[in-house]
Design a binder for this molecule. Structure first.
Ligand code: ADP
Ligand code: ASP
Ligand code: MG
Length: 403
């Protein structure tokens, strides 16, 4: 079999842990498989590099950031390859570019456009283990790009797709996907299986155990995806098609996203096209908008609230202030002390009262809900960040996920 194994930051956090990874890869090789390994930077490394850049300016050029950040993954790829060679397993490390990963040129959150796996195939055919630096690719213009935070998961899934691998294993510091972050709720339970759609919602709503775009791609390419621990032999969680799962619970999990900020606009000129103008300009500057609430206008003015990732608040603020200067908006305020808690489950499609229970739970804990949004399989609420953990634990027990 061809197996792609991805090891995250904590799994390669120091030299002993990289040796531990080499031992795992060695075991898979001895079982007779061909292995392509994808690695992250050592834990904390990417944040450290970002802090270095921000020492000089709050807004470093994104292309320079990519040049900087992509170095972290190259260090681990080379070290792992050196360790494997030292154990007698012929191995070669590659940057994203050498692995054939071509992206668009949206620096720091580039999208993969194509992968040419021919060099990887040639190295595998020679009997080499191929170790690829995750999180990175190269733009058509030849510049190094990165794929967004947590992007090594996406590298792994994309390579598994391009190589037509039989299995893509994501090794991390927990032994699978839990009903909620086990670091927040120790009573969280590990799931044996979860559908692509539910995992996609959990990941998009803040469960960073898998990067959301990696799940989206796994679904599209039908990649067999397993999440498991690099520190134990426990069986992981299979992420698969909904129809492969026998019994669907009403609610599968609770997600928490602390990387959100709220923008509140007052005195917005109530004219056709204002929302289009504002959100187009935000989109043109790659600001991701999540929830939007517009209240009923009066006196030709209205109020508009929306959320953006905290890291994009600076960009959003710059644009909003242009509208304020142009007289289209009279006041704007920004709140970083919020978070979003969400409940996710495909079972919600066919049941009523699921959202009501979430609101009752918040009411019982005296937590004020600032914004709500729902879809077929999720309910999200924006609340004060100081209640984040309390909200997660109360919802987890309200839906009996600990049982
Ligand atoms: P890696 O460095 O291996 O990519 P991450 O830190 O990105 O690992 O993701 C693993 C972390 O995700 C876990 O340590 C856990 O705290 C967190 N997490 C959040 N939600 C969940 C969940 N539902 N199930 C498992 N882990 C979760
Ligand atoms: N090192 C990158 C990050 O911290 C990518 C990854 O770990 O997946 O976001
Ligand atoms: Mg990760």
């Amino acid at each position: 079999m061809v197996i792609v194994q991805k090891f995250g930051g904590t799994s390669v956090g120091d030299l002993d842990r990289i040796q531990n990874v080499a031992n795992r890869v060695s075991k898979t090789l001895k079982e007779g498989h061909q292995v392509v390994v994808v690695v992250s930077a050592m834990s904390g490394e990417t944040n450290k590099l970002i802090a270095y850049a921000e020492h000089y300016t709050a807004t470093p050029e994104r292309s320079e950031l990519d040049m900087l950040l992509s170095s972290g993954e190259r260090v681990t790829a080379a070290l792992l390859s050196i360790a494997l060679n030292a154990m007698g397993h012929p191995s070669i490390s590659m940057s994203g570019r050498r692995a054939g990963i071509v992206t668009d040129s949206v620096h720091t959150k580039a999208r993969i456009e194509s992968i040419d796996p021919s060099i990887m195939h040639a190295e595998l055919a020679k009997g080499n283990v191929v170790v690829v630096a995750g999180f990175q690719g190269v733009s058509e213009a030849g510049q190094v790009t990165t794929l967004g935070r947590g992007g090594s998961d996406l590298s792994a899934v994309a390579l598994a797709g391009a190589l037509e691998a039989d299995l893509c294993e994501i090794y991390t510091d927990v032994d699978g996907i839990y009903t909620t972050d086990p670091r927040i709720e120790p009573k969280a339970r590990k799931m044996d299986q979860i559908s692509y759609d539910e995992m996609l919602e959990l990941a998009s709503l803040g469960a960073k155990v898998l990067q959301n775009r990696s799940v989206e791609l796994a679904k599209k390419l039908n990649v067999n995806l397993v999440t498991r621990s690099s520190f134990s032999d426990a069986e992981g969680t299979l992420i698969t098609k909904e129809e492969n799962i026998m019994e669907q619970p009403l609610v599968s999990g609770i997600a928490l996203d602390k990387n959100q900020a709220r923008v509140s606009l007052g005195g917005v000129i109530d004219r056709p096209g204002i929302a289009s103008d504002l959100f187009t300009r935000l989109a043109d500057n790659s600001v991701n908008i999540d929830m939007i609430i517009q209240t009923l206008g009066h006196d030709g003015k209205t109020n508009l609230d929306f959320t953006v990732p905290k890291t994009e608040l600076i960009d959003a603020q710059t644009i909003v202030e242009q509208f304020v200067a142009e007289g289209e908006i009279s006041e704007a305020s920004y709140d970083e002390n919020i978070c979003k808690v969400s409940i996710v489950g495909v079972g919600m499609k066919s049941h009523t009262g699921v959202a009501a229970k979430a609101f009752q739970t918040m009411a019982r804990e005296n937590i004020n809900i600032m914004m709500i949004s729902t879809s077929e399989i999720k309910v999200s609420m924006v609340i004060d960040e100081k209640y984040a953990e309390l909200a997660v634990r109360s919802l987890h027990s309200a839906y009996e996920l600990d049982k």
